[in-house]
Write a protein that binds this ligand. Structure first.
Ligand SMILES: Nc1ncnc2c1ncn2[C@@H]1O[C@H](COP(=O)(O)OP(=O)(O)O)[C@@H](O)[C@H]1O
Ligand SMILES: O=P(O)(O)OC[C@H]1O[C@](O)(COP(=O)(O)O)[C@@H](O)[C@@H]1O
Length: 300
């Protein structure tokens, strides 16, 4: 079974407005409230691929109840730890360009954390755990490392800087930084594919089995110890890129679950990310299948 762990879920409040002017009254044309947070998005896109998963993490208050309800409606299994504080609401402004405001998240008590640890301990070598996203600011910074040390299953990680770096020694199956996150990790600009490849290989040296670097509209690179694939994506109308990276993670896992080759899994990953970028919510299977034949893969 695949489990996704979102320590800091969110209701994503997506606001479409033609021309947002800061410091003035703006009126939006449409708004959406999506169940969000990185692991939850992975579960949602896995479900679109027909792959079941169980979403773990902390939820509380009315935003938490909304997330629970939306996942139930999508028939996604959940085993969240109920917390006292409210789950956060993240704001996604879509008006010409894309602006995001991600909230710090709720207070998580020690007892709530202990409940989560018990769940993690029960995962077996047959399971895969996706650990993804930020941690609520009340949590200690080494929580990712504690979880990676505790779990007996294979795991995948999508998180920023120190959270990601702290778990490499436990050999995640793959990690998915975007280019900016990779640059932040190495504190330098990565100009060429060779620069990105070298940075990804350094993360492999530190313990990652594979590194998938997403490059937004430029596609993605898949880097293992012995090969590098570059994927180029078709152009299209970008509607809402929130969840594109999470969709990429889900697509890669879906390919792996279906027993596809590495290259076909990577193609599915990139098609999933791009299909999400071209739609209001996360992509459906139909939208992903439409994009798939137009993803170009080369070995570089
Ligand atoms: N403007 C875009 N056009 C086409 N595909 C996109 C675009 N932005 C993102 N994607 C797709 O989504 C994937 C993940 O996007 P990226 O922005 O790199 O991730 P993250 O959301 O983690 O920052 C990309 O590899 C690509 O397949
Ligand atoms: O935990 P973080 O880093 O604050 O990110 C949470 C946000 O990222 C998302 O999971 C989207 O992530 P991606 O666009 O990277 O796929 C949103 O649903 C959520 O609001």
């Amino acid at each position: 079974m695949i489990y996704t762990l979102t320590l800091n879920p969110s209701v994503d409040y997506v606001v479409f407005a033609d021309d947002i002017k800061l410091g003035e009254l703006n009126r939006s044309q449409k708004t959406f409230k999506f169940a969000g947070g990185k692991g939850i998005n992975v579960s949602r896109v896995l479900q679109a691929h027909g792959i079941p998963s169980t979403a773990l993490g902390f939820i509380g208050g009315f935003p938490g109840a909304l997330i629970q309800q939306k996942l139930e409606e999508s028939e996604i299994a959940t085993d969240f730890v109920a917390i006292q504080d409210d789950t956060r609401i993240n704001i996604k402004l879509k008006g010409g360009n894309e602006t995001e405001i991600n909230a710090p998240g709720p207070v998580i008590s020690q007892a709530e954390t202990a409940q989560l640890f018990k769940q993690i301990e029960q995962l077996t070598a047959e399971d895969t755990l996706v650990i993804a996203g930020s941690i609520p600011s009340s949590m200690q910074a080494d929580i990712y490392e504690d979880i990676a040390r505790l779990c007996k299953c294979q795991f995948v990680v999508d998180a920023e800087k120190d959270l990601l770096l702290s778990v490499l020694k436990y050999h995640p199956v793959f990690i998915k930084p975007n280019k900016t996150e990779l640059e932040e990790m190495f504190d330098c600009q990565l100009h060429t594919d060779d620069d990105i490849k070298a940075a990804a290989r350094e993360l492999i040296q530190q313990g990652a089995q594979n590194v998938m670097v997403s490059l937004g509209g430029e596609g993605a690179l898949f880097v293992s110890e012995s090969l590098v694939y570059k994927a180029q994506v078709p152009s299209g109308r970008v509607v809402n890129t929130v969840g594109s990276g999470d969709s990429t993670v889900a697509g890669m896992l879906a390919g792996r679950e279906r027993g596809l080759s590495l290259s076909d899994s990577f193609k599915l990953a990139v098609a999933s990310g791009t299909a999400t970028a071209f739609t209001e919510d996360l992509a459906t299977d139909e939208q992903i299948q439409q994009i798939l034949p137009n993803v170009q893969l080369t070995i570089i």
